[in-house]
Design a protein around this ligand. Sequence first.
Ligand code: PHE
Length: 381
Amino acid sequence: MKNFYKSVFLSVLILSVSVIFSSCNKTDSSKEILIGEYASLTGSEATFGQSEHNGLMLAVEEINKQGLLGKQVKLITEDNQGKPSETQTVVQKLINRDKVVAIIGEVASSRSKAGAPICQAAKIPMITPASTNPEVTTIGDYIFRVCFIDPFQASVMSKFAINSMKVKRVALLIDQKNAYSTGLADNFRKVFTVMGGDIVEEQKYSAGDKDFKAQLTSIKAKNPEAIFIPGYYTDVNLISIQAREIGLTCPLFGSDGWESEKLTEGKAKDALEGSFFSTHVSADDPSPNIQNFIKKYQEKYKSKPDAMAFLGYDAGMILFDAIKKANSTEGEKIKNELARVKDYPGVTGVITINEQRNAIKPAVVMEIKGGNFVYKETIAP
Ligand code: PHE
């Protein structure tokens, strides 16, 4: 009998200790709101992910000064190495292992397209800060973006080519396996020809190629007045150098994927002189919102923010605002608030999310001068 009481006592003890422990864990984790992020912190577009992450971290630090629903935001960041397949693995991990309540990702459209279906299926709201390909948000009602989309970006650069660069004969050089690049090229072709322009040649490459001379030689034979390259900075850096090497002297122009301090590295500094690209925000803009952000960013990171940093910050702030308004971390409630975002004063402009879960905003065109990006003009939607 004594033994019986002893074992009852022991099991009660073990049970209560484990209850205390598990409730400790519970209160601990419920002091935090877990947000996931997937980004290319390494790989051939590493500056995209790093900048976006830095901007997002500023937003996290700021919200944590006041707290969110009485809790602290904890950001769990996964590096997808710039690969769509790795993206799927890390997004699964964020949702299933870490149990995040919402996700920020990615900059590049192809990787947002790889992660979004997983978020949609799990009913975890996802905001892409910078993916501009229209298909990203058509994946479902849990997928949002805080940037403009490529049909608009393409029309911006068509208008700019005709009205400001005063060119009519343009060649296209397209990253053939990148949805962002092919989508932009399709839209550009449409708008530019409707506006009276001529596409005199089209050539293709694959991200990571090292030799573009065959394509550039075919382009040169058609004698274009400018070449539109809707690609990413690592490839555009090499393309610009090789274009000059084979004697192509016309300006090159492109899109937001050009924006990186690495674009003009080495010989590309001269090769890209007088070229243009469209993007989301200009650091030359004197508006206080933008200048305050630049100041905060520089204090923390000792470098200038680029478009991805601005957009990463806005994506975070809009998500936190939605969680606050939802007064809940339930996916469905957060999603409903995201769909209602109207006139939010972001650092990339005033953000309203439309019925397609896209943001309607102006674009800016930058000119490359001495390796720097200099504000040229703003084009409203
Ligand atoms: N818009 C690009 C894409 O969708 C990504 C990008 C955004 C790159 C902003 C640079 C700046 O793939």
